[in-house]
Design a protein around this ligand. Structure first.
Ligand code: SF4
Length: 352
């Protein structure tokens, strides 16, 4: 369905578009790629300092490909969704070894790289090379769903197909770079998720959701019943100097490769775990307030158990998979674990 939105969007962008973002200054495919990955599920204002630090450390794809997991995760720490960082690193290795250090210019090779989906590939090709490619990131999806009054949760296959058809049909052949930036900018600054600013919108006259009074319900949220609740007991083992014991997560699965708290298996008590792994008895034991964290497919309830240890624990088996965190280093930690550890006054001892 052609919505005839490109002329209005481009005219609006010429006046109000964002042109000073760091990744717009030197539009290399590599910089655009990194920015597009960072911008997934994250706001521009949050991304800017991360992007600048990342580029200072890894100015070229070769530098990124040569980096270690920990180096990349330390810069990514706090940005969340860490699989994006793992995939960037993996893809950088492939770009260097299989594509001569150049990000592929053809869609199929690009979308085959880890972490690059259909929309991200489209955005990279449109923004870096001016190719006519549709995008459907969160912002473009919201604008198109509202202008076309597409009801239903966009994660549902049939709704997603409709939205992709709209995105394909409405991407212009001319000024595709500007159009791509414009639809993302409109979603980020005018067609907001809550309280869209329809009075300032260049698409107000052709927006079906606005005319029908449906802007609040479009796009529809994910159905709540889709996410089961899982529970996990995690141990907050703390030395007298306040340092907290962290365990590196396995290389696959949730929070892959990040530093987290050790998990307690169902059948083992915290006290037994302490004896088996650390060779000491905890000086006490207290249940801390549970923490909830939402993943795309389930909700996790973390039940933290605080275990102060007074005796210096013995050398740990698998030494490089453990570390005592004293709050000094930037580590790649999942956001809820970081908040939990920070709330303990790491380095000062004991929960607040
Ligand atoms: S008129 Fe309102 S709902 Fe429609 S695209 Fe513009 S801001 Fe979004």
């Amino acid at each position: 369905m052609r919505l005839m939105i490109a002329p209005q969007l481009l005219a609006w962008w010429d006046k109000h578009g964002r042109r000073q973002l760091p990744w717009q200054k030197d539009r290399s495919p590599y910089r655009i790629w990194v920015s597009e990955i960072m911008l997934q599920q994250t706001r521009v204002e949050t991304v800017i300092p991360y992007f600048e630090r990342f580029m200072a450390s890894f100015p070229e794809v070769e530098a990124l490909a040569a980096a270690g997991d920990d180096e990349v995760l330390a810069i990514w720490a706090g940005l969340g969704y860490y699989s994006r960082a793992h995939n960037l690193l993996k893809a950088a290795g492939i770009v260097v070894t299989q594509h001569g250090g150049e990000l592929p210019r053809d869609f199929d090779s690009l979308v085959a790289l880890p972490g690059i989906g259909r929309s991200t590939a489209g955005a990279i090709l449109a923004l870096a090379h001016g190719q006519r490619r549709a995008i459907l990131d969160g912002n473009a999806r919201r604008v198109l769903a509202r202008v076309g009054a597409v009801e239903g949760w966009p994660g549902k296959a049939s709704v997603s197909r409709t939205l992709w058809r709209l995105a394909e049909a409405n991407t212009p052949s001319e000024r595709v770079r500007d159009y791509t930036q414009a639809i993302m900018d409109l979603g980020a600054t005018v067609c907001l998720r809550h309280r869209p600013r329809c009075g300032s919108c260049p698409l107000a006259d052709c927006c079906s959701a606005r005319k029908k009074g449906l802007t609040t319900g479009i796009p529809a949220p994910r159905p709540a019943s889709n996410r089961p609740l899982k529970r996990s007991s995690m141990l907050v083992v703390q030395r007298p100097d306040g340092a907290v014991l962290l365990r590196r997560r396995p290389p696959t699965g949730i929070w892959a490769g990040l530093w987290s708290l050790p998990t307690l298996a169902n059948e083992e008590s915290a006290r037994d775990w302490c004896g088996r792994v650390l060779g000491c008895r905890p000086a006490g034991q207290a249940e801390l307030k549970p923490v909830r964290h939402g993943f795309s497919h389930f909700e996790l309830e973390i039940r933290p158990i605080h275990l102060p240890v007074s005796a210096p624990p013995r050398e740990l088996h698998d030494g490089d998979q453990w570390r005592w965190h004293d709050g000094e280093q930037e580590l790649g930690m999942p956001a809820p674990i970081r908040r939990l550890v920070d709330s303990l006054e790491v380095g000062a001892g004991g929960p607040r």
